[in-house]
Each structure stands twice: as structure tokens, then as C-alpha cells.
Design a protein around this ligand. Structure first.
Ligand code: MF3
Ligand code: CO
Ligand code: CO
Length: 328
């Protein structure tokens, strides 16, 4: 079972013939539009988190009340964020290792859910503004916030997995885009350049410089490829709350003038497209897709600003910058 939307017959109508679904519309005005696009599978009910795992304030209500937690974190909070970030990085690695043709995103979600619990963390996304799952899985043209479901990953797909855990009162947020089997060269380049753009953005983190340096570095990295830089979703301050008031734009805007200070923590998470940056949201009110149906990729880390430069809190083995000396 891969779709709730009914399935197409093996021989499809000509563009001007009536659609196979019985709508009475021409095929080209009906299901042909979704050809080659992701079809949502079945979404199971929200899974329980055991009672021994501490719960963030929104876990029971789905309602979120923001407070002002301060942009510069105390050394004590930072130590907790290191542990939370490390766990998120490990969970992402485990989830990425599961990606292969025939695996459903639901199966990956169940493993992510369990891995956070095993690490003593609450999977931050569960009931965050009502979101039902322990991670986001965003395949092909899905920009972000795809909900894990019964759709099986297919050879040639690209699949982003975005995991966030709440450990010891603080969040760690990280994502990466994975190849499902053999992927076409155009998609491979999109994914590789997107990862590089995230690292260029991270390398622009510097005390005393405005946040706009980050967006400029990302934009400069993807410009030669004529890719799109999504504007509708941005990086964010993070700490005791999942999303705080800091906004990290992935494109250059001179108004992004907040000065980076030691002790600030935020994410950098560029979403880069082959085509348009315009998007639509599916009827589930979460899944954001490119409006032209072309592919998009994303990578994310949670960062700490220090006087010595950026520290990747969600890093781990294999996550060093491709431009770092030890990776060359
Ligand atoms: N992890 C996502 C981010 O990078 C947020 C997901 S919120 C959810 O900001 F509710 F959609 F899960
Ligand atoms: Co984030
Ligand atoms: Co995230």
C-alpha cells in the first residue's frame, strides 16, 4: 500500500483523453499533473513516549507558548546542548543508514522514535504544534516537514531526514539528505552542493559579524549552479525552546543585521532547489513541496558561536566540513 489517493492503471490515457480516475476531466488536467510526483501514503496515529521520559511543555497539549530565553546561553546550558546535539547526530546517522529502496519512511520514523527514547530524550517534533511523528522525511520535491508514512522509498529517490531530540531540557536539531540506491547525476550534484552550501554558511559564523554573512555564503555557493535558495523556511535560534527568535536566512538580506556573539546557538539549514523556490503545502498542513515538482535538498546542523569560531553541536564522526583540513 503506497497511496491513499487510488492507484493509476498500468496503461495510462493520452493527454486529451478522459482521466482514468473517472473525474470526467481530461487526463492532462487531472492525474497527469501528479505524474512523477510523490504520493502520500498512510500516516499512522501518534506513537506514545514512555512515562519515564521527561516531556517538553507542548507535549500534552500541542500548544506552544514562547518565552524569552535569551540569545546567549550559559555555560551550563551549552554543556547540556552538547549532549543533546550529540544524541541527535547519532540518531540521524542511524536513520540515514536505514535508507534503501523498499523501506518505508514510517519504518525509519519508528527507529528514530526508539533511538531518542533509548538515549533518554523526547523526540521534539511529537505534538509540536500538533506534528504527529518523531522526525520529518522529505522525499524528492518535498522541501521540508514531510510526514513519515507507508510510502516505500524508491531507487533513485533522494530523502531528507530531519531529527530533533529534547534531552535534559534542551533541543538538538539536525538533518541530511540521503540517496536511495543509484541517483541521477543532476540530483547527486544538487545534494552535494546543498551540503557544501551548509558548510560554507557554517564557516561564515564569526563573533562580531552579522547573521547576513551566513546567507551570503550559502547563496554564493549555489549561484554558479543556478539553483534556488528557499526563502519561506529559515534557520532558527534553539536551546530550551525548539525555535527561538533568531532567524537565520539562507540568502543575503542586509536587514539580517543581528551581530553574532559568543554563546549564541542557532541552526543553519539551507533548502536548495533545482527549479523554483515557490512552494505549496499539502492538505496535511505540513508537507511543503516545490510548486514546479522539481527536486530540492537540505542539510542542517545546530551551531554554537565561540570566540574561536563555530562549533557544530550536532556533529560527530563523518560530519566535518569538506573544506576542513582533516578532510582534504
Ligand atoms: N526540525 C525542523 C527544523 O529544522 C522543524 C520540524 S517541526 C515539525 O526546524 F513540527 F515539523 F516537526
Ligand atoms: Co531546525
Ligand atoms: Co530540523
Amino acid at each position: 500500500m503506497t497511496s491513499t489517493l487510488g492507484s493509476a492503471p498500468s496503461t495510462l490515457p493520452q493527454a486529451n483523453e478522459s482521466c482514468w480516475c473517472g473525474s470526467g476531466r481530461k487526463y492532462k488536467r487531472c492525474h497527469k499533473k501528479s505524474e512523477g510526483r510523490i504520493l502520500q501514503g498512510l500516516i499512522t496515529p501518534m506513537r506514545e513516549v514512555p512515562a519515564n521520559i521527561a516531556r517538553p511543555p507542548y507535549a500534552d497539549t500541542g500548544e506552544y507558548e514562547a518565552w524569552d530565553e535569551g540569545r546567549v546561553k550559559s555555560p551550563e546550558i551549552i554543556e547540556r546542548m552538547r549532549a543533546s546535539g550529540k544524541l541527535a547526530g547519532e540518531v540521524l546517522k542511524m536513520a540515514g543508514d536505514m535508507v534503501k529502496p523498499g523501506v518505508t519512511t514510517e519504518t525509519i520514523d519508528i527507529a528514530v522514535h526508539q533511538a531518542f527514547i533509548d538515549g533518554g530524550a523526547y523526540p521534539s517534533t511529537i505534538n509540536y504544534h500538533g506534528y504527529p511523528k518523531a522526525c520529518c522525511t522529505s522525499v524528492n520535491e518535498v522541501i521540508c516537514h514531510g510526514i513519515p508514512d507507508s510510502r516505500e522509498l524508491q531507487e533513485g529517490d533522494i530523502c531528507n531526514i530531519d531529527v530533533t531530540g529534547w534531552l535534559d531540557g534542551v533541543h538538538g536539531d539536525t538533518n541530511a539528505t540521503f540517496f536511495v540506491g543509484d541517483v541521477d547525476p543532476e540530483s547527486q550534484q544538487l545534494v552535494n552542493v546543498t551540503e557544501e552550501s551548509m558548510w560554507r554558511g557554517i564557516e561564515a559564523v564569526k563573533v562580531g559579524r552579522p547573521l547576513s554573512d551566513i546567507g551570503r555564503a550559502i547563496e554564493d555557493t549555489v549561484k554558479p549552479y543556478k539553483y534556488g535558495v528557499v526563502r519561506a523556511f529559515v534557520g532558527h535560534g534553539i536551546g530550551e525552546q525548539f525555535h527561538t527568535d533568531i532567524q537565520v536566512l539562507h540568502y543575503y538580506d542586509s536587514r539580517s543585521s543581528t551581530i553574532m556573539r559568543a554563546g549564541m546557538t542557532f541552526t543553519i539549514e539551507p533548502m536548495i532547489t533545482l527549479g523554483t523556490i515557490n512552494y505549496k503545502i499539502w492538505d496535511d498542513d505540513w508537507t511543503a513541496v516545490t510548486s514546479d515538482g522539481r527536486r530540492t535538498a537540505q542539510f542542517e546542523h545546530t551551531l554554537l558561536v565561540t570566540d574561536e569560531g563555530p562549533q557544530v553541536l550536532t556533529g560527530g564522526p563523518g560530519t566535518a566540513s569538506p573544506t576542513a583540513p582533516w578532510k582534504r
